[in-house]
Design a protein around this ligand. Sequence first.
Ligand code: GSH
Length: 309
Amino acid sequence: MAEIILHHYDMSPFAEKARLMLGFKQLPWRSVQIPPVMPKPDVVALTGGYRKTPVLQIGADIYCDTALIARVLEQIQPTPTLFPAAAPLAPLLAQWADALMFGPAVAWAMQPAGVAAILGHLPPEQLKGFAADRAAMRGNAPRATLADGTAQLKAQLAALNAQLAQGGPWLFGAAPSIADFSVGHCLWFIRQATPVATLLDDYPAIGPWLARLLAIGHHQRSEMRSTEAIAVAAGAAGHAPVAVQPGLGFDAGQAVSVFATDYGSDPVAGTLVGLTPDSVTLRRTDPRAGTVQVHFPRFGFQIRKETTA
Ligand SMILES: N[C@@H](CCC(=O)N[C@@H](CS)C(=O)NCC(=O)O)C(=O)O
């Protein structure tokens, strides 16, 4: 199998989720550091427009969104599993955390004292650029305020603490699951915001659990340049096998675009080559990356039929 390449930046919480999942699976990986703000020409050469972080690449197959990345890693290395049979609700709790805990956690971490700890190394111009980039990415959606985020976060932490206080050691009992990684990356971000991270001390079962999760580590990471990753895609011998299942509303070979329905909704246009209840795959050709397959989870993404000229 071609190398596993993660396109990411160090301070990204969703990237930390992916790094920890790679560590959990003990899979060696190549690290391509990408810009945290637009423009991201080398990311977009691979994805066709998707700009969120992280993105996983295997040869000429590009996997967007950590919900899908988790399933890809599970296929490559089934043990230890991220989806224990004894925890059927774990993927739902993971979706909940990614969608509804991430915002409050960011609102808490990015209050002024937290911003200083996380982004304080940036010159004022870049700080302004970061804020403008995120405002543009959110579009019309309002930014979660600190007051709203705090109210939600405290209720969430209390429930998680009560769950873990039943003995854990993981959210669904004896073994880690995808839910631990999704809740974990949100709280990892709060931990980075050191002056405001003391909030977590109010929930005594959370600290030891988070320490256990982060101790999993990232396994074996080695750096790669983004241009090299594009060359890997261009030189790949083939693509992952995919197929369009009938009865799901779309046909193989249709011109479509796919976009996230929450934020960062830049559409990716291509030819539909794969569709299941869980994932959607487009094929597109880029002048530098060649013909790539871009994969998305079905949940949280919309498929739009396009008319070809
Ligand atoms: N649902 C996505 C969310 C990814 C996400 O929102 N990542 C943040 C960084 S933690 C992001 O993309 N921020 C804007 C950027 O990096 O350009 C996933 O699970 O991968």
